[in-house]
Design a protein around this ligand. Sequence first.
Ligand SMILES: [Zn+2]
Length: 342
Amino acid sequence: MSAARCRACGSTDTTLRGRKPGWTSPREYSFHDCRTCGLLFVEPFAGFEIYDDAYYRGEGPDPFVDYESEYRDWRRTDRGLEFDDFARIADAHLRAGDGRQEAGDGKTELPPVGSSVLSPVSCLPSPAQRSALRWLDFGCGAGGFLKYLRARGTINGHPLELTGHDVGSYADLLARTDGFRILDLAALPREPAATYDVISMIEVIEHLPAPSEQLALVARLLKPGGLLLLTTGNLDGPVARRQGIHYGYCAPEIHVSLFSPRSLAHLYRAHGLVPHPVRYRGVVDFKVLKTLRHRPALRALARSALTLPPVRALVDRLYGVSAMPCATKIQAPNGQNPKKSQ
Ligand SMILES: [Zn+2]
């Protein structure tokens, strides 16, 4: 039998790590390691049919999914914790970029974000004067993040122009009932290159059977200097390494492309993106609290424990949350698309 082809880099220098059954049937799925890029990937791909209404109610392989609550009111879920974190990271990225623009020199070294040497907010133009920030939420799901961003209105003084990308009944609702601009699988690739300042891709990439194709699209749609906010589980964190393919995140019917910091950085670089280190706070909290959704007493205890920085730092280290980089698009000096050949 020939070696399985890596879903991310296309290499056939891969080895079988093990097999386990899926959630819906005793059918076995195989997990392969790519020696070239480090991806752990699943064969065969079970198909997208599993993403039905029961799945979105948390009655499928992922019991922590709850689209209905998120669609009705994301404020009643824990997702606001990670939304605040993404807004904070985007805000810091924009402050650095705006600072460079105000300095009039793309190469100017800036003081660290939060430093008092940075332009105070009161000196910045009002939101109406600042250029719009075009934000794509790739895999917008039940739309909680789009609604959060709409309610927020601005990031670092830039008014937000929001677009979502997804398919299915919630995508239809977000477009028809909530008035969001939602692009489907056919419409998104028709967007012009370098359209978006920020693209968020929250817990999406692990579901994709061809992550390289989607990253190529994202990289094309991102403006030079733009920010890709991407989260996915870390298969190289201490807990994941200890549990191997029996780690709960290794749900072979839905999570088929399983990344580590190394394989994610490899994929970014293949598409002209530069790994961008992040230090998460609310994202760490959310990852813990969502798993305790059905255990209110434990959830309340965890919620207060996570306010202690050493506790959050320990959880972050055990699961390798902040070890997974986001990315920025290279600023090409000649204005050309800087995508490297693979
Ligand atoms: Zn690979």
